[in-house]
Design a binder for this molecule. Structure first.
Ligand code: GTP
Length: 377
């Protein structure tokens, strides 16, 4: 397997406002654009050529990775003017593949952080003669996912919609967003229209008697689609819980990127990342958070599991827990922001503009003196 398709055209709505100006796969995770970790892992598994299926903010991908030479890869970019869904995007990108009909092609969702052995997935696909192989993941709470049961031989037996009742939870296996397709199978996906690979292509393959194989394992796996998962994935990379050939520094409690200034009395922990040009003031405490380039945290502020956008500023003594602050936003001193709050890009929260008890609902805050703050959805 030398070719792959990377699905990166989604709008990343669950990560707004971080994705207002930057597609989710390009957000910095542990110091580099998230995709760098995926690309490096694919290259290490023997992939040499990758077609990007882009749509939302498409031009930013080529601006970041160019022809791929620096990563030892050959990259090509295909843009959907109208998003075609996951299956439609795969079909569209497949036009640019050079693989022969019987060769395996790797297909990756662009927002999965995973320790999967990609080469082993490919080898198993070849050895089994499957039409498509899916990486499946066991999760503690499968209610939010489509379920993918397999039989004793590893053949997928059904693709089930999100379970509505406890009785419908017949397996804890979910689609992990990484597939190996035999090339000819990709060419059978209908062209030029919206197709969901999860809801349409896979069930149809099963119904037509195709050999659909599922590989379940206990490797590290995280879908970085939500703010909580985003900070978790970044922290896990920094702390070495998942390996990446693309990490820009040694693993530890914090990754401070070149050009950042951290006051010696500041305490950074939990896999925090301090982006280039960011400034951390005296006596601040930053735990398990991501500070993007040029962010500024003033003295004695306290941040937990939060993301601070580019050139955003957090005033002294403020306390943020699981908060997302958009690019260029300004939080004046003394604000205490509760879990789940999102502050829009460029918004301004005046000094002590928001005081909350732990039980206050985020929507109360959005309506009381913080006109640009947005509530989680
Ligand atoms: P949310 O809006 O927060 O759900 O995020 P998302 O837009 O990334 O959607 P989702 O997580 O379901 O998408 C899974 C993967 O498919 C991601 O890597 C997306 O970039 C990608 N994707 C989703 N829809 C499309 C599409 O229409 N075209 C392309 N090219 N990629 C897509």
């Amino acid at each position: 397997m030398t070719e792959a398709i990377l699905l990166v055209g989604g709008q990343g709505t669950r990560l707004r406002p971080l994705t207002s100006h930057m597609p989710k796969p390009l957000l910095p995770v542990a110091g580099v654009p998230f995709l760098t970790h995926q690309l490096a892992r694919a290259a290490a598994a023997g992939v040499t050529r990758i077609v990007f299926a882009t749509s939302y903010l498409a031009e930013l991908f080529e601006a970041e990775f160019g022809d791929g030479g620096q990563l030892g890869l050959e990259l090509e970019y295909v843009t959907e003017k109208v998003p075609l869904g996951t299956g439609g995007a795969i079909r569209n990108a497949a036009e640019r593949l050079r693989s022969a009909p019987d060769e395996p092609v790797l297909v990756l969702n662009g927002d999965i952080l995973s320790g999967l052995d990609i080469a082993a997935l490919r080898d198993g696909h070849r050895a089994s003669g499957a039409d498509v192989t899916l990486h499946l993941k066991r999760v503690d709470d499968p209610r939010a996912f489509g379920l993918v049961p397999t039989d004793a031989d590893g053949r997928v037996t059904a693709f089930l919609e999100k379970p509505q009742t406890p009785e419908e939870i017949t397996t804890d296996q979910i689609n992990a967003g990484c597939y190996v397709f035999t090339r000819a199978v990709l060419d059978r996906i209908p062209a030029g229209r919206v197709v969901s690979v999860e809801r349409e292509t896979f069930p149809e393959l099963l119904a037509s008697g195709a050999h659909v194989r599922g590989v379940v394992n206990d490797c590290y796996w995280l879908d970085l689609g939500t703010p909580a998962a985003f900070v978790q994935g970044s922290a896990d990379l920094v702390r070495g819980k998942v390996a990446s050939p693309a990490l820009p520094g040694p693993v530890g409690e914090a990754l401070v990127l070149p050009g950042a200034h951290v006051h010696p009395s500041a305490v950074l922990s939990g896999g925090t990342v301090v982006g280039p040009g960011a400034v951390i003031g005296e006596g601040t405490v930053v735990e398990g958070s991501v500070l993007l380039a040029g962010a500024r945290i003033d003295a004695r502020a306290s941040l937990h599991r939060s993301v601070i956008g580019r050139h955003a500023r957090i005033g002294g003594g403020s306390v943020l827990d699981a908060v997302v602050v958009g690019d260029g936003a300004r939080i004046d001193e003394g604000n205490e922001l509760p879990p789940g709050l999102r502050i829009a890009c460029g918004a301004h929260l005046p000094a002590h503009g928001v005081r909350t008890s732990a039980s206050a609902a985020p929507c109360t805050i959005a309506h009381s003196g913080a006109p640009h703050a947005s509530t989680p959805h």
